[in-house]
Design a protein around this ligand. Sequence first.
Ligand code: PRP
Ligand code: URA
Length: 209
Amino acid sequence: MSRVIVIDHPLVMHKLSILRDKKTGTKVFRELVSEIAMLMAYEVTRDLPMEERLVETPVAVAKTKVLSGKKLGIVPILRAGLGMVDGVMNLIPAAKIGHIGLYRDPETLKPVDYYCKLPPDVEERDIIVLDPMLATGGSAVAAIDAIKRNGCRSIRLVNLIAAPEGIKTVADAHPDVDIYVACVDDELNEHGYIMPGLGDAGDRLFGTK
Ligand code: PRP
Ligand code: URA
């Protein structure tokens, strides 16, 4: 069964509060999405494997630990997932970046896919899927389906805000995928928007509304 890890660090909560505010403009919104993604990445990568390394300091030899070279990949779901990329890449700059293009049909709320470009060795990588919003869960399930079709078996999902409905949909479809969120909100409204949420993440990031 998927684990749901709520990253309710005070800095994350504070920034999320400003992000939700309808008075927060595009520039600050973009900065906050990136900063929250970076703070979340710290927790999402907590269990990365390590190996011992001896390092000569100016005065002695230190027995240290370094990352064991596990290959990572991040996959933002377009458009809004793009806002999380820089923050995560600040912490794991060697990761490769794939892209999955999906938009929600406003009538059916079903995801419509229009782009998929993943690292060629995706099956060897631990993949972190990025999307600020997990609403019905349709987009996340479609993205994870696509990544698995390309052979990848190690996937985790990172969302800023999730609805309970979306968590259940992902957990039912992909019980092997852990879900990292900053907050689980109350419900979806009749248009499939997360309540209280933050509105349309893509539009607020890119100033298209
Ligand atoms: C938003 C969001 C997710 C999706 C979540 O994208 O970024 O990808 O909706 O909804 P779901 O869980 O019900 O599938 P949107 O479809 O608005 O596309 P955009 O990022 O291009 O604006
Ligand atoms: N997509 C968004 O951007 N916001 C929501 O609340 C739901 C889906």
